[in-house]
Design a binder for this molecule. Sequence first.
Ligand code: PEP
Length: 266
Amino acid sequence: MYVRDVIVAANWKMHTTPADAGALATIIAARTREPGVTVVICPPFVCLAAVRDALAETDSGVAVGAQNIHHELAGAYTGEVAAPMLAGLASWVILGHSERRRDAGETDALIGRKLARALDAGLRPILCVGEQLDERAAGRATQVVDEQLHGALVDTDPASLTSAGLVIAYEPVWAIGTGRTATGADASAMAAAIRVSLTTLGWSSDAANDVPILYGGSVTSVNIGEFLAEPSIDGALVGGASLKPDEMSGMVARAGITAAARGLAG
Ligand code: PEP
């Protein structure tokens, strides 16, 4: 049976500068050495080189990711960054984060085009999906996430997505940066629904089962255990707490327990 990766991805959002990002990455790398856990740091674009260089001085294996890419390869798009520009800087990319859906008006179709650019550039995508609070209250959370998945994935064949190592992050919008979290049971139920959605997109049930699904939304070292206790949840996408070395250390240590239980710790 295929064993899914255990992943802790740090979304630094619009924090850090080229002057301080490398030092923070170095500290985090030193404090997150857990066999079998994949750690990814996603700093702002301007800090990618500093983080890459700092991590290269370690043998930590911590990966570098971007927080976004443009949906075109090149052109008259002032202020944007295309996937091929990240060559040598990042190997992962976050796509469809709710803050970009909210602030940059990203639609599922646009996110689907970004996904295609990520695959062309060899970037491992973390696709974010999640409902608003009113949608959950109305009993529509699963439907909303299903629509997001269909909108973003419909034009890309499952084999390309699985070979690119697609990761899906379930991030209920009302839990991001708010201190509120879903329950482990809610996250697990959504992970199951996500895997069903993938099969309705033509994925085999094995392929759907093998996709790592992360939970995101106010994850900390204190609450990550509730999510990782769910066999269907494979890690976390972390914002605020990912800037704090003590928190990263605690979260990755807990992820290490899951990795060991899955036989990933080697
Ligand atoms: C995120 O940025 O994806 C996120 C989940 O943020 P936070 O952990 O701060 O809620």
